[in-house]
Design a protein around this ligand. Structure first.
Ligand code: ARE
Ligand code: CA
Length: 483
């Protein structure tokens, strides 16, 4: 999610009672001490250059972190932490007390006394590339033992390194976090991750059922054709499926002669991993700004109409474990295909402190925060996903072009129009008879609907109309939004 902690009071406090069965989850930026980067000025990516495992970052110190986790857990909002333990900071960082909490390091000597790590804890002797960096992704030895972007590569195969990582993660678990995103997991052997995971504590019994294990997802970019494959990581937990956002973006943009009707077979047959392993998203903090993978097909908040359709489709479709993004605005400046401002960090003051999120009366955000998770269409589709959870796709319909519809076995129904012509159809929905509130153009408030109403007849048939210039290019109804 956002580069920066989402503000508490957590979003969970705003969930309406009718939807209290929702258990919101938030993935936060790396909370441990990182290098302060001054050139460019305080880029978001400084958070991926660890100096120590002290909980101390632009988002706050340990007591603030503990306070956030406690308050979030108390209202049923679970926190997942982005953990960076493939590497420390970059080899050219020099030396000094330039950790964000003044910890000392010496990059050249590989000295991180606040952990502590020393030169024996890094992979330099194993990496054989001339630069010491990863130069060829077809060689698994380079991918695992050389430096990613010049970042000093830790030896997770050594017990003393493992024990430092285990202590760090267990400290977070004891504070009450619910799980982890393992950054750069592709660059760590899956067996080393496995040893670390088996040594983790159970989740804090103050908030979680006794014996609960942390939720794990591993960041592995596997678009095919490289030495390291996502399947190597399945036994450790979920794995990021980067083909998802790339392919869905391609379909919605109608590139490569793709059309939404092709999504009838969406899932494993699109060369994606098994659904019960896949961790999916339309965009992430890297590829929404040209880092990482996915290229120009990735849809983001900069293209809200298509983005909402993509997120809506993702949340309506049963494939994978879904995550939605929450972003901040930055002064995008594309020159020759590259964004010169891809480094710009979260809204901040001149002393580097992150600006608070302003929340308006209509529940959207200001002060530079985009908060896609609060956009009505996206928030309501998260509810849709929970209402239809576990139900298969039924009643698929398409016009052999970019108008598609499908149901979730009597619990919900969605209709998309991404064609340049109006949609007007009568479709079997599989839903019980009644009047439903479309949760895309509005929401159900008591017995009334602020948006379009859909009448489902006794035989399950309903009439849908979506003009191609309509503000909302899709309709979603579900059994909890019946009037
Ligand atoms: C920054 C500068 C670099 C500089 C470095 C060290 O941008 O120019 O060399 O600092 O001084 C993030 C940013 C990086 C940033 C880094 C450290 O994206 O730009 O470097 O933080 O501050 C690969 C990895 C994958 C990784 C992506 C970005 O496999 O793990 O690259 N993603 C995670 C995070 C990132 C983060 C890191 C890892 C590092 O999500 O936010 O980097 O902690 C093909 C391959 C992929 C490869 C991809 C891009 O698709 O298949 O494996 O992804 O190309 O190279
Ligand atoms: Ca490595």
């Amino acid at each position: 999610m956002a580069q920066g902690l989402l503000p508490c009071p957590c979003p969970g406090t705003r969930i309406r009672p009718a939807y209290s069965y929702l258990r919101p989850k938030i993935k936060i930026s790396p909370p441990n001490e990182n290098l302060v980067v001054m050139n460019p000025w305080r880029p978001w990516w400084e958070r991926y250059q660890p100096v120590s495992y002290k909980l101390c970052s632009r988002s706050g110190n340990e007591s603030e972190f503990r306070d956030m986790v406690t308050r979030c857990n108390n209202v049923g909002v679970h926190i997942y932490v982005d953990v960076v333990f493939n590497h420390m900071l970059n080899s050219a960082a020099g030396s000094g007390n330039r950790g964000i909490c003044n910890s000392y390091f010496n990059a050249e000597r590989h000295d991180f006394p606040s952990v502590p790590y020393s030169r024996f804890d890094f992979n330099d002797p194993i990496c054989k590339t001339p630069s010491g960096d990863i130069e060829n992704y077809s060689d698994p030895i380079q991918v695992r033992y050389c430096r990613l972007y010049g970042l000093l590569d830790l030896s997770q195969w050594k017990d003393d390194v493992r024990s430092k990582i285990i202590d760090f993660l267990n400290h977070l678990i004891d504070l009450g976090v619910a799980g982890f995103r393992i950054d750069a997991a592709k660059h760590i052997r899956p067996e080393d991750i496995n040893v670390i995971l088996t040594k983790l504590n159970n989740l804090n019994a103050r908030w979680f059922t006794k014996g609960s294990r942390p939720f794990i997802y591993q960041e592995v970019i596997d678009l095919g054709g490289e030495a390291v494959q996502s399947s190597e990581y399945f036994r450790n937990g979920r794995v990021t499926e980067f083909k998802y956002g790339m392919q869905l973006g391609t379909v919605l943009r109608k590139w490569n002669e793709q059309k939404m009707a092709n999504l009838k077979s969406w899932g494993e047959s699109w060369h994606m991993m098994p659904s019960n392993k896949a961790f999916v998203f339309v965009d992430n903090h890297d590829n929404q700004r040209g880092h990482g993978s996915g290229g120009s097909s990735i849809l983001t908040f900069w293209n809200p109409r298509l983005y909402k359709m993509a997120v809506g489709f993702m949340l309506a479709h049963p494939y994978g474990f879904t995550r939605i993004m929450s972003s901040y605005w930055w002064p995008k400046d594309i020159q020759n295909g590259t964004d010169l401002n891809d480094w710009v960090g979260p809204p901040s003051n001149s002393d580097g402190s992150i600006k608070p999120v302003t929340i308006y009366a209509n529940e959207t955000c200001g002060n530079g925060w985009i908060c896609e998770h609060r956009w009505d269409e996206i928030r309501n589709m998260v509810i849709f996903r929970n209402v239809v959870y576990g139900e298969p796709i039924t009643n698929w319909w398409d016009n052999n072009n970019n108008q598609v519809a499908f149901g979730r076995a009597g619990k919900g129904f969605v209709v998309f129009n991404n064609d340049d012509r109006n949609l007007l159809v009568i479709l079997p929905t599989g839903l019980p008879a009644g009047v439903y509130c479309d949760v895309i153009s509005g929401r159900k408030e008591g017995k009334t609907c602020t948006g379009i109403q859909i009448h489902v007849a006794a035989n399950g048939m309903a009439r849908f109309q979506i003009n191609y210039q309509a503000k909302h290019p899709f309709i979603a109804i579900h059994v909890e939004a019946r009037l």
